[in-house]
Ligand binder design. Structure first.
Ligand SMILES: C[S@@+](CC[C@H](N)C(=O)[O-])C[C@H]1O[C@@H](n2cnc3c(N)ncnc32)[C@H](O)[C@@H]1O
Length: 446
Protein backbone atom coordinates (compact mmCIF):
# COMPACT_ATOMS: atom_id res chain seq x y z
CA UNK A 1 0.00 0.00 0.00
CA UNK A 2 1.21 3.52 -0.72
CA UNK A 3 1.16 6.23 1.91
CA UNK A 4 -1.66 7.97 0.02
CA UNK A 5 -3.87 4.88 -0.05
CA UNK A 6 -3.25 4.23 3.66
CA UNK A 7 -4.29 7.79 4.47
CA UNK A 8 -7.46 7.46 2.36
CA UNK A 9 -8.36 4.17 4.01
CA UNK A 10 -7.61 5.48 7.52
CA UNK A 11 -9.81 8.53 6.90
CA UNK A 12 -12.64 6.23 5.77
CA UNK A 13 -12.24 4.09 8.91
CA UNK A 14 -12.33 7.18 11.13
CA UNK A 15 -15.42 8.49 9.34
CA UNK A 16 -17.02 5.08 10.01
CA UNK A 17 -15.98 5.38 13.71
CA UNK A 18 -13.71 2.34 13.38
CA UNK A 19 -10.91 3.85 15.41
CA UNK A 20 -8.99 0.75 16.45
CA UNK A 21 -8.32 -0.50 12.88
CA UNK A 22 -7.51 3.09 11.87
CA UNK A 23 -4.89 3.25 14.63
CA UNK A 24 -3.45 -0.11 13.58
CA UNK A 25 -3.20 1.01 9.98
CA UNK A 26 -1.61 4.37 10.76
CA UNK A 27 0.85 2.97 13.28
CA UNK A 28 1.73 -0.16 11.35
CA UNK A 29 4.89 -0.87 9.39
CA UNK A 30 2.88 -0.64 6.16
CA UNK A 31 3.06 3.13 6.37
CA UNK A 32 6.14 4.20 4.40
CA UNK A 33 8.32 6.44 6.53
CA UNK A 34 11.20 8.64 5.53
CA UNK A 35 11.75 11.68 3.42
CA UNK A 36 10.43 10.18 0.19
CA UNK A 37 7.08 10.01 1.84
CA UNK A 38 6.98 13.80 2.20
CA UNK A 39 6.14 16.19 5.02
CA UNK A 40 2.52 16.61 3.95
CA UNK A 41 1.82 12.90 4.24
CA UNK A 42 3.63 12.74 7.57
CA UNK A 43 1.50 15.58 8.91
CA UNK A 44 -1.69 14.07 7.54
CA UNK A 45 -0.82 10.79 9.23
CA UNK A 46 -0.31 12.58 12.57
CA UNK A 47 -3.57 14.48 12.11
CA UNK A 48 -5.47 11.23 11.45
CA UNK A 49 -3.69 9.52 14.34
CA UNK A 50 -4.91 12.36 16.57
CA UNK A 51 -8.48 11.91 15.33
CA UNK A 52 -8.30 8.13 15.82
CA UNK A 53 -6.93 8.52 19.37
CA UNK A 54 -9.72 11.00 20.08
CA UNK A 55 -12.35 8.56 18.82
CA UNK A 56 -10.70 5.80 20.83
CA UNK A 57 -10.98 7.98 23.98
CA UNK A 58 -7.29 8.49 24.50
CA UNK A 59 -7.36 12.28 24.82
CA UNK A 60 -3.73 12.83 25.94
CA UNK A 61 -2.42 10.84 22.93
CA UNK A 62 -4.77 12.80 20.64
CA UNK A 63 -3.55 16.13 22.05
CA UNK A 64 0.10 15.11 21.61
CA UNK A 65 -0.42 14.23 17.91
CA UNK A 66 -2.61 17.20 17.05
CA UNK A 67 -0.29 19.74 18.69
CA UNK A 68 2.61 18.53 16.55
CA UNK A 69 0.55 19.17 13.40
CA UNK A 70 -0.58 22.56 14.66
CA UNK A 71 2.91 23.99 14.38
CA UNK A 72 2.62 23.50 10.58
CA UNK A 73 -1.10 24.20 10.15
CA UNK A 74 -1.93 26.91 12.69
CA UNK A 75 -5.13 28.00 10.91
CA UNK A 76 -6.64 24.62 10.02
CA UNK A 77 -10.15 24.82 11.53
CA UNK A 78 -10.64 21.02 11.59
CA UNK A 79 -7.39 20.61 13.46
CA UNK A 80 -8.22 23.40 15.93
CA UNK A 81 -11.65 21.93 16.50
CA UNK A 82 -10.23 18.42 17.05
CA UNK A 83 -7.73 19.83 19.53
CA UNK A 84 -10.57 21.56 21.38
CA UNK A 85 -12.58 18.32 21.47
CA UNK A 86 -9.55 16.42 22.78
CA UNK A 87 -9.16 18.89 25.67
CA UNK A 88 -12.89 18.63 26.35
CA UNK A 89 -12.59 14.83 26.44
CA UNK A 90 -9.62 15.30 28.81
CA UNK A 91 -11.89 17.17 31.26
CA UNK A 92 -10.15 20.46 30.55
CA UNK A 93 -12.84 22.91 29.41
CA UNK A 94 -10.50 25.87 29.85
CA UNK A 95 -8.18 25.11 26.88
CA UNK A 96 -11.13 23.61 24.98
CA UNK A 97 -12.79 27.05 24.94
CA UNK A 98 -9.58 28.65 23.75
CA UNK A 99 -9.16 26.28 20.77
CA UNK A 100 -12.83 26.43 19.76
CA UNK A 101 -12.61 30.25 19.88
CA UNK A 102 -9.57 30.13 17.61
CA UNK A 103 -11.34 27.78 15.19
CA UNK A 104 -14.39 30.05 15.18
CA UNK A 105 -12.20 33.06 14.36
CA UNK A 106 -10.83 31.20 11.31
CA UNK A 107 -14.31 30.22 10.04
CA UNK A 108 -16.74 32.76 11.48
CA UNK A 109 -20.42 31.86 11.16
CA UNK A 110 -19.84 28.08 11.11
CA UNK A 111 -22.93 26.76 12.91
CA UNK A 112 -21.34 23.51 14.12
CA UNK A 113 -18.41 25.40 15.60
CA UNK A 114 -20.68 27.94 17.26
CA UNK A 115 -22.63 25.15 18.99
CA UNK A 116 -19.38 23.44 20.00
CA UNK A 117 -18.04 26.70 21.44
CA UNK A 118 -21.29 27.27 23.34
CA UNK A 119 -21.02 23.72 24.71
CA UNK A 120 -17.40 24.28 25.78
CA UNK A 121 -18.35 27.56 27.48
CA UNK A 122 -21.14 25.71 29.31
CA UNK A 123 -18.73 23.00 30.47
CA UNK A 124 -16.41 25.75 31.69
CA UNK A 125 -19.42 27.07 33.70
CA UNK A 126 -19.43 30.30 31.65
CA UNK A 127 -23.20 30.04 31.30
CA UNK A 128 -23.76 33.75 30.59
CA UNK A 129 -21.29 33.69 27.68
CA UNK A 130 -22.75 30.40 26.37
CA UNK A 131 -26.30 31.78 26.48
CA UNK A 132 -25.35 35.06 24.78
CA UNK A 133 -23.60 33.16 21.98
CA UNK A 134 -26.50 30.73 21.51
CA UNK A 135 -29.16 33.48 21.61
CA UNK A 136 -27.26 35.47 18.98
CA UNK A 137 -26.95 32.40 16.74
CA UNK A 138 -30.67 31.59 17.10
CA UNK A 139 -31.66 35.20 16.38
CA UNK A 140 -29.45 35.00 13.29
CA UNK A 141 -31.47 32.05 11.98
CA UNK A 142 -29.54 29.04 13.34
CA UNK A 143 -32.21 26.64 14.56
CA UNK A 144 -30.10 23.48 14.77
CA UNK A 145 -30.84 21.11 17.67
CA UNK A 146 -27.29 21.61 18.98
CA UNK A 147 -27.53 25.38 19.40
CA UNK A 148 -31.02 25.16 20.91
CA UNK A 149 -29.76 22.51 23.32
CA UNK A 150 -26.89 24.74 24.43
CA UNK A 151 -29.24 27.71 24.88
CA UNK A 152 -31.61 25.56 26.95
CA UNK A 153 -28.87 24.16 29.18
CA UNK A 154 -27.15 27.51 29.79
CA UNK A 155 -30.48 29.19 30.57
CA UNK A 156 -31.29 26.42 33.07
CA UNK A 157 -28.02 26.95 34.97
CA UNK A 158 -28.70 30.68 35.13
CA UNK A 159 -32.12 30.00 36.66
CA UNK A 160 -33.92 31.16 33.48
CA UNK A 161 -36.10 28.07 33.49
CA UNK A 162 -38.93 29.50 31.37
CA UNK A 163 -36.47 30.41 28.60
CA UNK A 164 -34.77 27.04 29.00
CA UNK A 165 -38.07 25.21 28.57
CA UNK A 166 -38.93 27.28 25.48
CA UNK A 167 -35.61 26.30 23.82
CA UNK A 168 -36.10 22.63 24.74
CA UNK A 169 -39.64 22.66 23.35
CA UNK A 170 -38.57 24.29 20.07
CA UNK A 171 -35.83 21.66 19.75
CA UNK A 172 -38.23 18.79 20.49
CA UNK A 173 -40.73 20.07 17.93
CA UNK A 174 -38.01 19.59 15.28
CA UNK A 175 -36.35 16.51 16.74
CA UNK A 176 -38.82 14.48 18.83
CA UNK A 177 -36.30 11.66 19.45
CA UNK A 178 -33.74 13.89 21.23
CA UNK A 179 -33.38 11.97 24.51
CA UNK A 180 -31.23 14.56 26.28
CA UNK A 181 -33.74 17.32 25.49
CA UNK A 182 -36.68 15.35 26.92
CA UNK A 183 -34.53 14.65 29.96
CA UNK A 184 -33.33 18.24 30.42
CA UNK A 185 -36.80 19.63 29.82
CA UNK A 186 -38.41 17.38 32.43
CA UNK A 187 -36.48 19.18 35.16
CA UNK A 188 -37.54 22.65 33.99
CA UNK A 189 -41.13 21.49 33.30
CA UNK A 190 -41.44 20.48 36.95
CA UNK A 191 -41.57 24.17 37.90
CA UNK A 192 -43.84 25.30 35.10
CA UNK A 193 -46.24 22.42 34.53
CA UNK A 194 -45.95 20.33 37.71
CA UNK A 195 -44.90 16.74 38.46
CA UNK A 196 -47.21 14.94 35.99
CA UNK A 197 -45.73 16.76 33.00
CA UNK A 198 -42.20 16.34 34.40
CA UNK A 199 -42.78 12.57 34.72
CA UNK A 200 -44.29 12.36 31.22
CA UNK A 201 -41.17 13.99 29.77
CA UNK A 202 -38.86 11.79 31.84
CA UNK A 203 -40.68 8.64 30.70
CA UNK A 204 -40.50 9.92 27.12
CA UNK A 205 -36.71 10.33 27.52
CA UNK A 206 -36.37 6.69 28.58
CA UNK A 207 -38.07 5.56 25.34
CA UNK A 208 -35.80 7.50 22.96
CA UNK A 209 -33.29 5.55 20.90
CA UNK A 210 -30.28 7.36 22.36
CA UNK A 211 -31.31 6.90 26.00
CA UNK A 212 -29.49 3.59 26.52
CA UNK A 213 -31.20 3.06 29.86
CA UNK A 214 -29.65 6.22 31.30
CA UNK A 215 -32.81 7.75 32.73
CA UNK A 216 -34.48 4.89 34.60
CA UNK A 217 -32.62 5.76 37.81
CA UNK A 218 -33.88 9.35 37.62
CA UNK A 219 -37.42 8.14 37.07
CA UNK A 220 -37.34 5.75 40.03
CA UNK A 221 -35.78 8.39 42.31
CA UNK A 222 -38.25 11.07 41.24
CA UNK A 223 -41.22 8.76 41.81
CA UNK A 224 -39.82 7.79 45.21
CA UNK A 225 -39.41 11.43 46.30
CA UNK A 226 -42.93 12.21 45.09
CA UNK A 227 -44.19 9.49 47.43
CA UNK A 228 -45.30 7.24 44.54
CA UNK A 229 -43.71 4.12 46.00
CA UNK A 230 -45.61 1.48 44.02
CA UNK A 231 -44.62 3.09 40.69
CA UNK A 232 -41.03 3.55 41.91
CA UNK A 233 -40.81 -0.13 42.84
CA UNK A 234 -42.26 -1.22 39.50
CA UNK A 235 -39.57 0.80 37.67
CA UNK A 236 -36.85 -0.57 39.96
CA UNK A 237 -37.98 -4.18 39.46
CA UNK A 238 -38.34 -3.92 35.70
CA UNK A 239 -35.48 -1.59 34.74
CA UNK A 240 -32.93 -1.24 37.51
CA UNK A 241 -32.41 -4.50 39.38
CA UNK A 242 -28.72 -4.83 40.34
CA UNK A 243 -27.45 -2.64 37.50
CA UNK A 244 -24.61 -0.69 39.18
CA UNK A 245 -24.97 2.25 36.78
CA UNK A 246 -28.68 2.69 37.53
CA UNK A 247 -28.74 1.96 41.28
CA UNK A 248 -27.09 5.10 42.77
CA UNK A 249 -30.00 7.53 42.30
CA UNK A 250 -32.85 5.32 43.56
CA UNK A 251 -30.62 4.21 46.45
CA UNK A 252 -29.77 7.82 47.27
CA UNK A 253 -33.44 8.83 47.15
CA UNK A 254 -34.34 5.96 49.48
CA UNK A 255 -31.64 7.09 51.93
CA UNK A 256 -33.44 10.44 52.25
CA UNK A 257 -36.89 9.01 52.96
CA UNK A 258 -36.63 8.42 56.75
CA UNK A 259 -35.82 12.11 57.24
CA UNK A 260 -38.03 13.86 54.69
CA UNK A 261 -39.66 16.94 56.23
CA UNK A 262 -43.41 17.65 56.20
CA UNK A 263 -42.71 20.60 53.85
CA UNK A 264 -40.39 18.58 51.55
CA UNK A 265 -40.25 19.86 47.96
CA UNK A 266 -38.83 18.39 44.78
CA UNK A 267 -36.78 20.62 42.44
CA UNK A 268 -35.27 20.37 38.97
CA UNK A 269 -33.45 23.68 38.75
CA UNK A 270 -30.36 24.36 40.85
CA UNK A 271 -30.91 28.09 41.26
CA UNK A 272 -34.52 27.58 42.30
CA UNK A 273 -33.53 25.04 44.93
CA UNK A 274 -30.86 27.36 46.35
CA UNK A 275 -33.22 30.34 46.47
CA UNK A 276 -35.91 28.27 48.18
CA UNK A 277 -33.43 26.81 50.68
CA UNK A 278 -32.12 30.25 51.58
CA UNK A 279 -35.63 31.62 51.99
CA UNK A 280 -36.24 28.76 54.45
CA UNK A 281 -33.10 29.69 56.44
CA UNK A 282 -34.87 31.98 58.87
CA UNK A 283 -32.25 32.26 61.63
CA UNK A 284 -29.71 35.05 61.51
CA UNK A 285 -26.04 34.35 60.86
CA UNK A 286 -23.38 33.90 58.23
CA UNK A 287 -24.22 32.93 54.64
CA UNK A 288 -21.40 30.89 53.12
CA UNK A 289 -20.60 28.97 49.97
CA UNK A 290 -17.76 26.47 49.55
CA UNK A 291 -16.96 25.93 45.88
CA UNK A 292 -17.59 29.08 43.81
CA UNK A 293 -15.90 28.39 40.47
CA UNK A 294 -17.50 30.91 38.05
CA UNK A 295 -19.87 32.28 40.68
CA UNK A 296 -23.19 31.00 39.30
CA UNK A 297 -24.58 29.63 42.56
CA UNK A 298 -22.96 32.36 44.69
CA UNK A 299 -24.83 34.94 42.64
CA UNK A 300 -28.14 33.08 43.10
CA UNK A 301 -27.45 33.08 46.84
CA UNK A 302 -26.39 36.75 46.92
CA UNK A 303 -29.56 37.76 45.03
CA UNK A 304 -31.88 36.54 47.77
CA UNK A 305 -29.77 36.64 50.96
CA UNK A 306 -30.43 40.32 51.76
CA UNK A 307 -27.06 40.39 53.55
CA UNK A 308 -23.36 39.95 52.82
CA UNK A 309 -22.45 36.47 51.56
CA UNK A 310 -19.04 34.78 51.47
CA UNK A 311 -17.67 32.46 48.79
CA UNK A 312 -14.63 30.25 49.36
CA UNK A 313 -12.59 28.65 46.59
CA UNK A 314 -9.00 27.94 45.58
CA UNK A 315 -10.05 28.71 41.98
CA UNK A 316 -7.52 25.98 41.18
CA UNK A 317 -10.02 23.13 40.91
CA UNK A 318 -10.38 20.03 43.03
CA UNK A 319 -7.45 19.27 45.36
CA UNK A 320 -7.65 15.55 44.47
CA UNK A 321 -9.10 13.37 41.72
CA UNK A 322 -12.80 12.55 41.93
CA UNK A 323 -14.95 9.97 40.08
CA UNK A 324 -13.31 10.00 36.60
CA UNK A 325 -11.76 13.44 36.91
CA UNK A 326 -8.14 14.28 37.70
CA UNK A 327 -6.88 16.64 40.42
CA UNK A 328 -7.30 20.27 39.33
CA UNK A 329 -10.49 19.66 37.36
CA UNK A 330 -12.93 22.63 37.49
CA UNK A 331 -10.11 25.16 37.70
CA UNK A 332 -10.74 28.68 36.47
CA UNK A 333 -7.02 29.13 35.90
CA UNK A 334 -7.02 31.23 39.11
CA UNK A 335 -9.40 33.78 37.52
CA UNK A 336 -11.93 35.21 39.98
CA UNK A 337 -15.51 35.52 38.74
CA UNK A 338 -17.54 38.71 38.71
CA UNK A 339 -19.93 38.53 41.68
CA UNK A 340 -22.75 40.63 43.12
CA UNK A 341 -21.89 43.66 45.26
CA UNK A 342 -22.89 41.86 48.47
CA UNK A 343 -20.62 38.84 47.78
CA UNK A 344 -17.05 38.57 49.11
CA UNK A 345 -14.56 36.04 47.74
CA UNK A 346 -12.04 34.23 49.95
CA UNK A 347 -9.32 32.71 47.80
CA UNK A 348 -7.40 29.64 48.95
CA UNK A 349 -7.80 26.08 50.15
CA UNK A 350 -10.57 25.81 52.74
CA UNK A 351 -8.25 24.58 55.46
CA UNK A 352 -6.20 27.79 55.06
CA UNK A 353 -8.92 30.35 54.36
CA UNK A 354 -11.65 29.22 56.76
CA UNK A 355 -9.88 29.45 60.19
CA UNK A 356 -8.85 33.14 59.82
CA UNK A 357 -12.27 33.97 58.37
CA UNK A 358 -14.05 32.39 61.33
CA UNK A 359 -11.72 34.14 63.76
CA UNK A 360 -12.76 37.46 62.21
CA UNK A 361 -16.48 36.64 61.84
CA UNK A 362 -18.04 35.45 65.10
CA UNK A 363 -21.59 34.14 65.40
CA UNK A 364 -23.74 31.32 64.06
CA UNK A 365 -24.19 30.11 60.51
CA UNK A 366 -27.50 30.74 58.76
CA UNK A 367 -26.87 29.04 55.42
CA UNK A 368 -24.11 26.98 53.80
CA UNK A 369 -23.87 25.76 50.23
CA UNK A 370 -21.35 22.90 50.07
CA UNK A 371 -20.47 22.62 46.37
CA UNK A 372 -16.91 21.34 46.53
CA UNK A 373 -17.72 17.79 45.37
CA UNK A 374 -15.27 15.64 47.32
CA UNK A 375 -15.49 14.08 50.79
CA UNK A 376 -12.33 15.73 52.15
CA UNK A 377 -13.50 19.26 51.31
CA UNK A 378 -16.98 18.74 52.81
CA UNK A 379 -15.39 17.18 55.89
CA UNK A 380 -13.03 20.18 56.35
CA UNK A 381 -15.93 22.63 56.07
CA UNK A 382 -18.32 20.79 58.39
CA UNK A 383 -15.65 20.19 61.03
CA UNK A 384 -14.65 23.87 61.03
CA UNK A 385 -18.28 25.05 61.25
CA UNK A 386 -19.45 22.53 63.87
CA UNK A 387 -19.68 25.01 66.75
CA UNK A 388 -21.43 27.63 64.54
CA UNK A 389 -24.32 25.39 63.49
CA UNK A 390 -27.64 26.05 65.27
CA UNK A 391 -31.19 24.73 65.09
CA UNK A 392 -32.53 26.34 61.92
CA UNK A 393 -29.18 26.37 60.05
CA UNK A 394 -29.67 25.23 56.45
CA UNK A 395 -26.98 23.27 54.59
CA UNK A 396 -27.30 22.53 50.87
CA UNK A 397 -25.12 19.83 49.37
CA UNK A 398 -24.61 19.85 45.62
CA UNK A 399 -23.48 16.26 45.04
CA UNK A 400 -25.25 14.44 47.85
CA UNK A 401 -26.90 11.60 45.92
CA UNK A 402 -26.72 9.97 42.54
CA UNK A 403 -23.02 9.67 41.75
CA UNK A 404 -21.49 6.21 41.71
CA UNK A 405 -19.49 7.08 44.86
CA UNK A 406 -22.25 9.10 46.63
CA UNK A 407 -22.01 7.08 49.85
CA UNK A 408 -18.30 8.06 50.18
CA UNK A 409 -18.61 11.75 49.24
CA UNK A 410 -20.66 14.62 50.76
CA UNK A 411 -23.20 12.14 52.14
CA UNK A 412 -20.52 10.42 54.21
CA UNK A 413 -19.04 13.74 55.41
CA UNK A 414 -22.46 14.87 56.63
CA UNK A 415 -23.37 11.53 58.21
CA UNK A 416 -20.08 11.59 60.16
CA UNK A 417 -20.62 15.22 61.17
CA UNK A 418 -24.18 14.46 62.32
CA UNK A 419 -23.07 11.43 64.35
CA UNK A 420 -20.09 13.19 65.96
CA UNK A 421 -22.07 16.29 66.93
CA UNK A 422 -25.43 14.70 67.76
CA UNK A 423 -27.13 16.66 64.97
CA UNK A 424 -30.86 16.15 64.47
CA UNK A 425 -31.94 17.16 60.97
CA UNK A 426 -34.41 16.75 58.14
CA UNK A 427 -34.27 16.94 54.37
CA UNK A 428 -36.62 19.61 53.05
CA UNK A 429 -35.65 19.86 49.35
CA UNK A 430 -33.91 17.65 46.80
CA UNK A 431 -33.30 17.39 43.09
CA UNK A 432 -32.38 14.05 41.50
CA UNK A 433 -31.60 15.99 38.31
CA UNK A 434 -28.95 18.24 39.92
CA UNK A 435 -28.14 15.83 42.82
CA UNK A 436 -28.67 18.63 45.36
CA UNK A 437 -30.16 18.03 48.79
CA UNK A 438 -31.12 20.67 51.38
CA UNK A 439 -30.81 19.88 55.08
CA UNK A 440 -32.48 21.74 57.96
CA UNK A 441 -30.77 21.34 61.33
CA UNK A 442 -33.33 20.72 64.06
CA UNK A 443 -30.97 20.37 67.02
CA UNK A 444 -27.30 19.92 67.82
CA UNK A 445 -25.60 18.46 70.90
CA UNK A 446 -27.31 16.60 73.70
C1 LIG B 1 -18.39 22.22 41.36
S1 LIG B 1 -17.32 23.58 41.52
C2 LIG B 1 -18.34 24.82 42.23
C3 LIG B 1 -19.45 25.21 41.29
C4 LIG B 1 -20.15 26.51 41.65
N1 LIG B 1 -20.81 26.47 42.93
C5 LIG B 1 -21.13 26.90 40.54
O1 LIG B 1 -22.19 27.40 40.82
O2 LIG B 1 -20.84 26.70 39.36
C6 LIG B 1 -16.30 23.05 42.85
C7 LIG B 1 -15.28 24.09 43.28
O3 LIG B 1 -14.79 23.69 44.55
C8 LIG B 1 -13.44 24.15 44.68
N2 LIG B 1 -12.84 23.33 45.77
C9 LIG B 1 -13.05 22.01 46.05
N3 LIG B 1 -12.38 21.66 47.16
C10 LIG B 1 -11.75 22.76 47.62
C11 LIG B 1 -10.93 23.03 48.76
N4 LIG B 1 -10.62 22.08 49.64
N5 LIG B 1 -10.48 24.30 48.92
C12 LIG B 1 -10.77 25.28 48.04
N6 LIG B 1 -11.57 25.09 46.92
C13 LIG B 1 -12.05 23.84 46.73
C14 LIG B 1 -12.87 23.95 43.30
O4 LIG B 1 -11.80 24.85 43.05
C15 LIG B 1 -14.08 24.24 42.38
O5 LIG B 1 -14.05 25.56 41.89
Amino acid sequence: MTADSILVEARALIDARRYRPALRLLRGDAFPHGLANGLANGLERLHLLGLAHLGHRDAPAAIACLRRVLAHRPDDPDLLSALAQAHQADNAPFPAVRWFERAARVTPGDATLTASLAGALRRDARYGDALTLARTAIRGGDTSPDIRYEAAMAAAYLGEDAESLAHFDALLADDPEHAAAWFGSHAQALHHHGPEEALRRLRRATRCGGANGKYWGYLAATLRLLGRDAEAEAVEDAEIGDNPKRRPLPDGAKALLPKLSADFRLFGNSGRLLRHALACAATSGLVLEFGVRRGTSLNHIADVAEQEVHGFDSFEGLPEGWVNSPRGVLTTGSQLPPVRDNARLHVGWFEDSLPPFLAAHPGPVRFVNVDSDIYASARTVLTALADRVRPGTVIVFDEYIGNRSWRDDEYRAFQEFAAENAVRYEYFAASPYTKQVAVRVLGIGT
